[in-house]
Design a protein. Sequence first.
Length: 315
Amino acid sequence: MNLLNQIPFWKGTRLRIKNPEVSVSFYEKFFAMKNVHVLKDPENKKDVYYLGNIPESEQVEAGSEEGNQFIKSANYTLIELLHDYSVERSDDFFYNNGNVEPHRGFGHIAFFCQDLENNCIELEEQGVKFKKRPHEGRMKNLAFALDPDGYYIEIIQRDDNKDFKGLPYNLAQTMIRVKDPKSTLDFYQNGLGLKMIGSKHFEEAKFSLFFLANSIALDNNDNNNEDFFILMKTLFHPVLEITHNHGTENDDDFSYHSGNTEPVGFSNLTFLVNSIDATKETLDQNNITYDVINGESIVVKDPDNYHIVLLQHFS
C-alpha cells in the first residue's frame, strides 16, 4: 500500500472508556489536556471525546463546528476516548489494557513532563494510581501511572532546554507490540508516511524498540543527533513506539490481541488523508480489504490486525 502522495498524518490514538466524565476530567486535570471536540452518535450509542495538549491560544469549543474542523485539520496528535454505551457494563467491568496475558497487544500512551520525580509525587498525592514509580525497578528515568480504565501511562522527563508551548505535559508516545517488525515498519513507513527516528535492540532481554513519527515532529529539530533518545525528549509531537519481542515472528501460531475482539480495549490509530476517494482507489488497486464507515472514513488493518482509521482531512 502506498499513500505517500496523500501525506497521511497520524492524528490520534483511540481507547475505549467506561465513564467519559471521569476519564475526560482525569486527562484534563492531571496531564494538561483539553477536550477540543465531542462527536456524538446517539443512534449507535457511541460518543468520542478528543483531547490534546493544546496551547490556550489555539483552543476551541468542544462540540462546535470549529472543534469538528480542528480534529480534521490541526497538526496535533490527539487522544480519542470512545464511550460505547450500547452495551451494559457492570461496576466491576474493566476494559482490556493490553498488558495482561493472553490478551497483550497495545502497550501504553506516554507523556513528557517537566520534573519526573516531583511531578509523580504531585500526581500520587492527588490520587493518581501508579504501576511503577520513578525510583522503583531497574529503569529510574520513567514511571507508569494508571488511568481510570487501567490503561498504562508512561511518564518521562523531557529536555529542560526546549519550549513545549508553555504546557507542563505533552503527549509523547503510543506503544504497540508487533509480531514481525519488518512488515510492520514497511506498513507504517511506506504505507502511512511515518519517519523512522531510531531503534534500540536489547539482545540479552530479547526485545527491540523502533520509534516512528510524523514528519512535522522533526521540524526545527536536530535530526542528526546521534542519541535519538535525547532527540525524542526535545519533541513536542509524539512518536509511535513499536515493540518487538524476539522470536514471535517465527511462531506461526502466535498473534497479539488487537483490542477489537473480546476482551476489547484499545480501538485504533487514526490518520488523516487528503482524499478518501483517492485512498479507496489505491486500496482497490492493491486488493487491500477495507471497511467504509458512514461514507466518511475507512478502516484498514495493519500486519498485526490493529485497526487503522483513515479520515478525510479538512481543508
